[in-house]
Design a protein around this ligand. Structure first.
Ligand code: FPP
Length: 244
């Protein structure tokens, strides 16, 4: 049972294992991504149903540009299809779409579709779906540090004015709360350059399930598991008990 008082506000997911899922079935990797897109639909719906306000999905990393042109093209096509077919549902359900990453590196067609859906859903207030695209955590920090260095050079701020808050606000999405729960599928215990600054105190849930098989039921299990954890943020259990 999910305890509504112990619901994470922000869930981030490293969706891994599409290639292995396809390989095990003697199929092309792209088939794995296609079935994986169905898991994305199901998980977005489940979030909306249980009342999770922020969902961030690692859809394409900076490192993924190393893949074959064929696979990259197929992933971009799947992304466009997802955006076009889900737009109505996002509008009906109050879901705002946003993207993090070096979006300018995406091809023009994909970028235009993305910007169009972001604009059409901009006023939605029930939930924020963030897609990490051409995203790298170190690159995000690098961009933030450069922007802060520039502000110092221009005399707008002094080095002492750089705080944890100013760094957080210099990231790609200044208003996004840090993730409470990070899920990784396919059993790998790695962060893979995802949200490096933001996950300092995030609870991590790793499942051996490959992403195309990760559906509503297992997502809810992860949420339930999160509800049982005690988040101490460096304090002791006793200190936490006194606070509540
Ligand atoms: C990792 O599997 C997955 C990706 C690199 C891409 C994720 C894309 C989708 C789930 C489909 C489309 C996305 C959206 C938002 C509709 P992998 O290929 O690295 O798997 P492997 O490690 O088994 O090879």
């Amino acid at each position: 049972m999910i305890d509504p008082r112990k619901l994470p506000e922000h869930v981030a997911i490293i969706m891994d294992g599409n290639g292995r899922w396809a390989k095990r079935r003697g199929m092309d990797r792209v088939r794995g991504h296609r079935v994986g897109a169905e898991s994305v639909r199901e998980v977005v719906r489940a979030c909306r149903e249980v009342g999770i306000s922020w969902l961030t999905l690692y859809a394409f990393s900076e490192e993924n540009w190393k893949r074959s042109k064929y696979e990259i093209r197929a992933l971009m096509k799947l992304l466009r299809q997802f955006l076009m077919t889900e737009l109505d549902e996002m509008l009906e359900n109050g879901i705002r779409l946003q993207a993090i990453g070096r979006i300018r590196k995406l091809d023009a067609k994909t970028r235009e579709t993305l910007v169009d859906v972001m604009e059409q859903t901009a006023e939605n207030r029930e939930m924020v779906l963030t897609l990490a695209l051409s995203y790298g955590g170190r690159q995000e920090l690098l961009d933030a540090f450069r922007s802060l260095a520039l502000q110092i050079q221009q005399g707008a701020i002094s080095p002492e004015q750089i705080t944890e808050e100013t760094i957080s606000h210099s990231l790609y999405t200044p208003s996004m709360p840090d993730p409470d729960l990070l899920i990784r599928t396919s059993g790998e215990y790695r962060i893979s350059n995802f949200l490096l600054w933001q996950i300092a105190y995030t609870e991590i849930y790793v499942t051996p399930t490959l992403w195309p098989d990760f559906r509503k039921e297992e997502f809810l299990r992860a949420i339930e598991d999160y509800g049982k954890r005690e988040r101490r943020f460096g304090a002791t259990s006793e200190q936490i008990e006194h606070k509540t």
